[in-house]
Design a protein around this ligand. Structure first.
Ligand code: PMP
Length: 449
């Protein structure tokens, strides 16, 4: 009989590989255990809105931990939970004042989907079970959030176990749907939503879900100016709820606290996460409008969602501390102002390169799209793995940015997202551009560009 294989050394963590070990961080920089410095030009994936090692935030978390780490939601409320609820309601404005606090983006999106379904159930519209979203979108890794994510390669291994969803065209003025002029993208895409609702029957559609500025799947891609208003009208016409996924683009990242504020549109339900506690604690929130809360609470008394760590006290204390600093230091206005300048600098420094097709985004959420042919907008061959090359080169040069792309939902394209901390200094912002410019040259020169 053979001996069982020795399992002693088999312990691994997710994604273990030849990665550097993070040691500490301060301001816009993090350092690994060898002492190497990395300038955080993308807040990881647009998370660290106050950078790293912020003492005020750390002190607030420590003080909360010294009092109590968490009060379980069925037994207690807490000062941080109540204070953060007020802050998020105040920042969201209008009737967006009900919330479920969770531990991250996917949980927030998941809660949004459940709130939508529960709302329709409360109103007796129990056939409204399906969601409509868009190609080239990313809403998270839990089964519900994955089901509505326009990222086919990530969905495929789970097909058959996912909630029913349909996917509309990516809303992209730079790459409009076939045969559509850039100036007609908003109308075309709103009409497409209406056609899809009518094709399936409005009585089957619970909600339309979209990222106001597309992140991981689109490279900081905003919609044309009139898009959100048109979508709002279509949703209202058919009793379909509008869910804005602001996990990445919200909490001030785009120069308004809610990204959709820029468009003058209020969603029915909204997810916010990354910048909410700025990476100091895992935290997300599903915010729902009082018009959704009305029937839902009347029929059920409470949202039928939530987890052990819902409203986690120390995580909410981190959220309160981060949001107070963002408000006190007027960082959202700074992001709008400095973001416009940063976009212009990127345009001036990189815009004329023959492989830079498009520079876009809002606030400190900017995207640079790389193309093989500037005139035809032909993307690079995904086999080149350009996004990986850019990621590795920038990282080697001590810059953290967020290259995305390859082949998402059968649509090709490579983008680099920049999402610096809201309080990054002017010299740090300049260094981000320097390091990116140098890294791009080092990646593209061997490719003959
Ligand atoms: N929605 C959007 C728009 C996101 O960008 C992400 C994460 N990149 C998620 C949801 C999922 O968030 P998390 O990774 O925190 O679960």
């Amino acid at each position: 009989m053979s001996k069982p294989a020795k399992a002693a050394s088999a312990a691994t963590h997710f994604g273990e590989g030849a990665l550097p070990k993070i040691a500490w961080g301060k301001g816009s920089c993090v350092y690994d255990t060898t002492g190497k410095r990395y300038l955080d030009g993308s807040g990881g994936p647009a998370v660290f809105c106050l950078g790293h090692g912020n003492e005020e935030v750390n002190d607030a978390i420590k003080a909360q931990l010294d009092r109590v780490a968490h009060g379980y939601r069925y037994a207690f409320t807490s000062d941080p939970l109540e204070e953060l609820t007020e802050i998020v309601a105040g920042n969201s404005g209008g009737g967006l004042n009900r919330m479920v606090f969770v531990s991250g983006g996917s949980e927030a999106v998941e809660s949004c989907l459940k709130l939508a379904l529960q709302y329709h159930s409360a109103r007796g519209e129990t056939t409204r079970r399906r969601f409509i979203s868009r190609q080239r979108s990313w809403h998270g890794n839990t089964l519900g959030a994955l089901a509505i994510s326009g990222f086919r390669d990530r969905r495929l291994p789970f097909e058959g176990a996912l909630t029913e969803a349909s996917f509309l065209s990516t809303v992209n003025e730079y790459r409009p749907p076939k045969g559509v002029k850039p100036e007609d993208v908003a109308t075309y895409c709103a009409d497409e939503l209406e056609r899809e609702i009518l094709r399936q029957g409005p009585e089957h559609i619970a909600a339309f879900v979209f990222e106001p500025v597309v992140g991981a799947a689109g490279g900081a891609l905003p919609a044309p100016a009139s898009y959100a208003k048109r979508i709002r009208e279509v949703c209202d016409r058919y009793g379909v709820l509008m869910i804005a996924d602001e996990v990445m683009c919200g909490a001030g990242r785009c120069g308004t606290w809610r990204a959709l504020e820029h468009d003058g549109v209020e969603p029915d339900i909204m997810s916010v996460a990354k910048g909410l506690a700025g990476g100091y604690m895992p935290l997300g929130v599903a915010v729902y409008h009082e018009r959704v809360a009305g029937p839902l609470l009347e029929r059920y008394g409470a949202p039928l969602t939530g987890h052990t760590f819902t409203g986690h006290t120390a995580a909410c204390a981190a959220g309160v501390a981060v949001q107070k600093i963002v408000a006190r230091d007027r960082l959202v206005a700074r992001v709008a102002r400095e973001g416009a300048k940063l976009k212009q600098v990127l345009q001036d420094r990189l815009g004329s390169r023959d492989y830079v097709g498009n520079i876009r985004g809002r606030g400190f959420f900017l995207g640079i799209e790389l193309v093989a042919d500037k005139a035809t907008k032909e993307p690079f061959d995904p086999a080149l793995q350009l996004n990986i090359k850019v990621r590795d080169r920038t990282f080697a040069n001590g810059l953290i940015c967020y290259p995305t792309g390859g082949n998402v939902d059968g649509i090709r394209g490579d983008q680099i997202i920049l999402a610096p901390p809201y309080n990054a200094t002017e010299s740090e912002l300049a260094e981000i551009v320097d390091l990116l410019e140098r890294s791009l040259t080092e990646v593209m020169t061997p490719l003959g560009r």
